[in-house]
Write a protein that binds this ligand. Sequence first.
Ligand code: GAF
Length: 390
Amino acid sequence: MTNITELAERATAGFASRFDGATPAGVWQAPGRVNLIGEHTDYNDGFVFPFAIDRSTVVALAPRADRTVRVTSAFSDEVVTVELDAITPDALSDWSAYPLGVVWALGEFGADLAGVTGFDAFIDSDVPIGAGLSSSAAIECAIAVALNDTWQLELNRETLAKVGQLAENKAVGAPTGIMDQSASLLGKKDAAVFLDCRSLDAEVIDLGFEAADLVLLVMNTRVSHAHATGGYAARRASCERGAAEMGVSSLRDLDVDDLPRATEVLDDETLRRVRHILTENRRVLDTVRTLRLEGPTAIGDLLVASHVSMRDDFEISVPELDLAVETALASGAIGARMTGGGFGGAAIALVRTADLSSVSDAVMRAFADAAFTEPELFTVTAADGASRVE
Ligand code: GAF
């Protein structure tokens, strides 16, 4: 983890080096997230239970006197320059679609873009890209809070989450749900966000990892994934087809008691997709209840059941994720599962502090033995959501 102050200093220096020695008016941060449980349930109006992590994207930004927008980042030498009036989803591509998509989406949510000035922005981040830890939502949310302050828009966090999601859906082209932006904006230290993606009611629930002497290990397989193409959209389409064939507008209108009827109505593949969603919603509710009543050491089996469901029913795991989960469990983790959209990215393991090095060593060894790319292992803690840093 890079300390936020250090990251903000880096962004300020980056801003000066790309924009003729200028000083930003402020620096804002938005964290990545780990989803503890509740995968692919968000776009089915279901339940999710993610937390913001102690890794963030920072944006150093200064308003300009004219209507020009310039964005650049630590990951690209390119300075993308565009006039505010020319920012539409169709005109955007590559990495700048994330920040510029947010500019457009703010307008869609009522910001009077005709009355604002342009800006210069420099983006830096220590959220690993493509690891399933919401590096995209972190960029969107950092820009969203920076512009909300700079343009005095006074949009609330729920609306900013929808702004980020709209940017991701329309400008980036990934048909994702509302979970990642909600976690990045609503997260609280040492707690997770229990979100009902239908009502958007959110409750912050203490995780109690530290008191229970537990740590959350992230195992980034380095198998990269993209949600704008391929499997993610196909899974979403299967869920929509399953809901339509079951005669409901969304899978949220069904629960595990509807599985016998689903078995009669749906083809095998759609049934498996639907079964994952219905059982996963149930597991989220069970996890929240178990955490409250018995504490975090009791949630391990639910995490494992979630992984099995994603591997066998939703079919979004890959051999590297399965190996990380199986090895962590075999070497003493309390629970483990892949996290995020799948098809690559990271798995998480809930581990007793005393077992951290033996679990980590076992995972590294198993990857080497399987001749897989060396994974990146690190622990995360639950952190506060997006904020102004300087
Ligand atoms: C990705 C998406 F962005 C989220 O909306 C969610 O669907 C997740 O995959 C799967 O739970 O992170």
